[in-house]
Structure formats: structure tokens, C-alpha cells
Design a protein around this ligand. Sequence first.
Ligand code: C6P
Length: 403
Amino acid sequence: MNSQIRAQFPILERRVNNRPLVYFDNAATTQKPVRVIEALDRYYRQMNSNIHRGVHFLSQEATSAYEGVRQQAARFINAPDHRSIIFTRGTTESVNLVAHSFGQARLKPGSEVIVSEMEHHSNIVPWQLACERYGASLKVIPVTDSGELDLEVYKELLNPNTAIVAVTHVSNALGTVNPVKEIIFLAHRLGVPVLIDGAQAVAHLPVDVQDLGADFYCFSSHKMYGPMGIGVLYGREQLLGSLPPYQGGGEMIDRVSFEKTTYNELPFRFEAGTPNVGDAIAFSEAMHFIEELGFETLNKHEEVLLSYATDRLRELPGIRYIGEPHVRSGVISFMIRGLHPYDLGMILDKFGVAVRTGNHCAQPLMERFGIPGTVRASFSVYNTTDEIDIMIEALEKAIEMLQ
Ligand code: C6P
């Protein structure tokens, strides 16, 4: 099974520094199966044209393919309607869109925005900018020693001034799966909407935005086997429809005059300019890939890798896991006493092993743990336990060399 899956990812045949590539940087971006690469190639060879504008054949064909992906993305996260799916460049742009438009509509002096200490910078900085603009303030749910959100403090933070809660579904630095359904339930009791950053969740867990009750849900195609440069913002239709536009331009308007412009309906109101049609169409193949494999298979495989890696890493002298959450997905973060994560990453690279080292765009979280960064191994469906053995061997050599 695993060899059949690996065969679909041409990049896995590469050698790096004269060794077979071991790609454990899947949380940064996953590799792409042939069907995704071919879909992109096919689009530019056979279908390329601008959409929503032309009466000619190619334009209509591309429009219908693009709109078909919107419907598929809605089904993928069980959104009630395709109008609630906005295509963006990725999670970062999705959060910025909400922080901008929701901020303009709802933030005022005294408003509070709740984020958490484990957020990626993409789910901190846009809110900081919005808070600065409207005189609101940021409140932060702390992280416990095990790398989980402190829900007792969260309950105390929620109050009538809370305008919105924005938290991650899965931590990119620790792998913690947050109880987002409960987080949303608690916010909704006060009528507070919730944005979930799903960047690290969608390739690992089945997401049902209606079951979660999410008001906004953001994700990137490139972390789920699809191309870079395309992502999704799901927004509850009524809420999204009440917000002002994010960017101005073609497609997002209804009528334009120098006196007054009126705006298009959802979803087009939030998609100004020519969209990324080719990548959206290739993204469709990535969703098919995940659906055909099924989350049960994905999860089983990932659990095997996570538990094997945790056991094998424990054999190393001076190992320290950063975050040991009860529910984890995809990611192990660790340090080795006395050694800088960057040096470890450099040596692993010499052995063909790609991991990420550093703060993982989560500086406040690193500060919380009092560390400069971690080594992060993040797994995907094409990884194997043999590859984990290669990483362990490389780490043993690194320890020998550096100590
Ligand atoms: N994390 C990582 O190596 P973009 O870049 O827009 O596709 O995704 C941003 C983002 C937002 N939230 C979370 C939880 C993320 O993990 C990321 C991207 C990568 O962890 C690159 S820093």
C-alpha cells in the first residue's frame, strides 16, 4: 500500500546530498501527487482562459471547472452552501480577509479579540493590525506545560466585550489537536463568532464546519497535497454576507460609478481580480486524493508513524519533547540537550533528512517554553518507519559530532 502511494509522488525519488530524500517537513508543505501536477499542466495546455467574463468556449469551460471546485471544497468541509467558500491565496490571506472585513464592521474601542498562545503568526498579526486600527485589544489563551490550551482561563477571558475568537485547530509547532468544538460552543453562548485556522487540520482530520459550528474556517491547498497559491476561507453565509469587501477590483462589484459602487453577491464580493484558476483546478485533484484514501487510512498510518517516532526518539540521550498533548496530529517537536535545533537540522540535511528547525512562525509559543526553537518532524501518508530509522541514525551521528 505504502509503495503504491509513494509511487504517486515523483519528488520522493530524488536524492539529496547523495542520499534518498527523507521528507519530514510536511507541515510546511506536503509533496504533490502526479495527478495534481498533471491537472495543472493540463489546465495550461488545454483550458487556460479568464473566467466569469467570456462567452467563448474556453472561458465557459474554465468557469465551470473553477466553480465545480468551489462546490467540491464546500462538500470537503461539509459547508452548507458553495457561496460560503471564498478562494484565497491560502490560510494567511483568509485570516487577513476576516481580520480586515470583520474588524471594519465589528471592532471598536474596548472590543477584545481572543487568540491563543500557540497561534501561528498568521493568526496573530492580522488581528494585531485590526486591533491597532480600531482601538481593540488582544487577549491570549495560555498554553499548559503539556502543550494544550488552558480552557479554564479561556472561559474567564470570554466576556461581553469579546468580539471574536480566533484559534488554531491543530498546532503547527506541537501537533496539539485543540477541542475547537468546545471552544466554539463556549463562545457561542455569549454570541461571539469563532474563526478556526485549519491549516494543519484539513490533511489529517475530517472537518465538518457545521458540526463544529465554526463561523470562519481557513485552510491552504499546499498543506493537503495541492498546489501553492490557493486556499479557502469558509464563512457562515449570513455573517460573511454582512461584512464589507476586503479588496476592490473586477469581479467583486455589482455596478461601478464615480459616485457610488455597489458590490457583488457572495462569494464573488470577496474575490477581486482574476483568480488562480489553474491552481484551484489542480487543488480539486488533491481533495480527490485525500477522499479516495480516506481519513481512516490516513489516520492509522499517521498514528503508526507518530508512535514509532516517539518511541525511537526516546532512545536518544538528552531528548526533550516540546508539548506532549493528549490528542496529537502529524507533528513531533523536540530538542536535544545542549544542542541547537539549527545545528541538528543542518546535520540531518547532510543525511538527506528534511525537517524544520526554528520557531515555526510561533515565536510567542517558543517564548512560553523558554526555548529558541525546536526540531520538528512532520509526517505524511507517504512516509515510512524506515525513514524514521534513517532520521534516528542521523540524529545519533549529529549528537556524536556536536557533543
Ligand atoms: N505553517 C509551517 O511550517 P500559509 O502560509 O498561508 O499557507 O499558512 C500559514 C499558516 C497558518 N496557520 C498555521 C497553523 C500554519 O501552520 C501555517 C503555515 C507552515 O508550520 C509554514 S510557516
